[in-house]
Design a protein around this ligand. Structure first.
Ligand SMILES: NC(=O)c1ccc[n+]([C@@H]2O[C@H](COP(=O)([O-])OP(=O)(O)OC[C@H]3O[C@@H](n4cnc5c(N)ncnc54)[C@H](OP(=O)(O)O)[C@@H]3O)[C@@H](O)[C@H]2O)c1
Length: 270
């Protein structure tokens, strides 16, 4: 996928943050878009401000309702005839220690971030294979590469996505299926405001880490480059995020020592 011009891109979590910015940048590049998330009004507002609203379909979708996905896929294929890229971006986070986190929160994170994403992927996959291939981009997280404080359920759900999509690629790359696993560090979005506490309520708090994160336009630009160049995995962030991933792989003892000293809502120090 060297260029996004005339490509059909389905974005989940398009109502805010990374998904919204991806819609803006892809629309400028001439892509045809399907915008999904739960908030229909935000999606319609986004559509009307895009470069070419006539080639944009607003398709409200809740990742916790996989029984609706077949109908959604049918709608997309009847309007566009194909999906070149499914940008699996929707997700929620968590900010609570393991001992304070109700099991229902662990399940909710897995339901949205993992099962919702996997179910939508499986709903699109047969048609992609029939068409000779397609691309799945998945926004995971740098904590999908290593564990981190107050994010046990979130980190687990993102690790699971790496396992699923790497396996999918190994099974199906010869049939034209591409994957790009995108593992960002902190990016300036509302993710921490929407993150759940141990009882399952949104924290409503903006983390220091988030405030000082990478600007969303810069992060999305890097993501789209990685997808266009068919990279299998990319870590989005500065030295600390990239070093953290390497440290965990090559010097796990040191990684765990350093990660245990972190303020889990503060600035990443590696
Ligand atoms: N920002 C960061 O620092 C960061 C770092 C690493 C990874 N990520 C990942 O990046 C992705 C996008 O997050 P963001 O930072 O852009 O945060 P965000 O602004 O909170 O956006 C999250 C998006 O997910 C959608 N969503 C949430 N629950 C959903 C559900 N049940 N069904 C369908 N859509 C749902 C939301 O839309 P509705 O409310 O309209 O449904 C929203 O559009 C997430 O997967 C997140 O884990 C973010």
């Amino acid at each position: 996928m060297k260029s996004f011009k005339d490509k059909v891109v389905w974005i989940t979590g398009a109502s805010s943050g990374i998904g919204k910015e991806a819609a803006i940048q892809l629309s400028k590049m001439g892509a045809k878009l399907i915008l999904s998330s739960r908030k229909e009004k935000e999606l319609n507002d986004l559509k009307s401000g895009l470069s070419n609203p006539a080639s944009v379909l607003v398709l409200p979708l809740d990742l916790t309702h996989p029984e609706t996905f077949a109908e959604a896929v049918a709608k997309v294929y009847s309007q566009f005839g194909k999906v070149d890229l499914l940008f699996n971006n929707a997700g929620i986070s968590q900010r609570s220690y393991v001992v304070d986190t109700d099991i229902s929160v662990d399940r909710k994170l897995m339901e949205i971030n993992y099962f919702g994403t996997v179910a939508l992927t499986k709903a699109v996959l047969p048609r992609m294979l029939k068409a000779g291939g397609g691309h799945f981009a998945v926004v995971t997280s740098v904590v999908g590469k290593f564990g981190f404080g107050v994010r046990s359920a979130y980190s687990a759900s993102k690790h699971a996505l790496h396992g699923f999509f790497e396996s999918l690629y190994i099974e199906l790359n010869k049939q034209g299926i591409e994957i790009t696993l995108i593992a960002p560090g902190p990016i300036q979005t509302d993710i921490s405001l929407n993150a759940l506490d141990g009882s399952g309520k949104p924290t409503g708090e903006m983390d220091d880490m988030q405030k000082k994160g990478m600007p969303v336009d810069m992060a999305v630009n890097e993501m789209l480059h990685a997808i266009a160049n068919k990279k299998k995995e990319i870590i989005i962030g500065g030295f600390k995020e990239k070093f953290g991933v390497k440290l965990k792989s090559f010097w796990p003892k040191l990684f765990f020592k350093m990660a245990s000293k972190q303020n889990p809502r503060g600035e990443l120090k590696m």
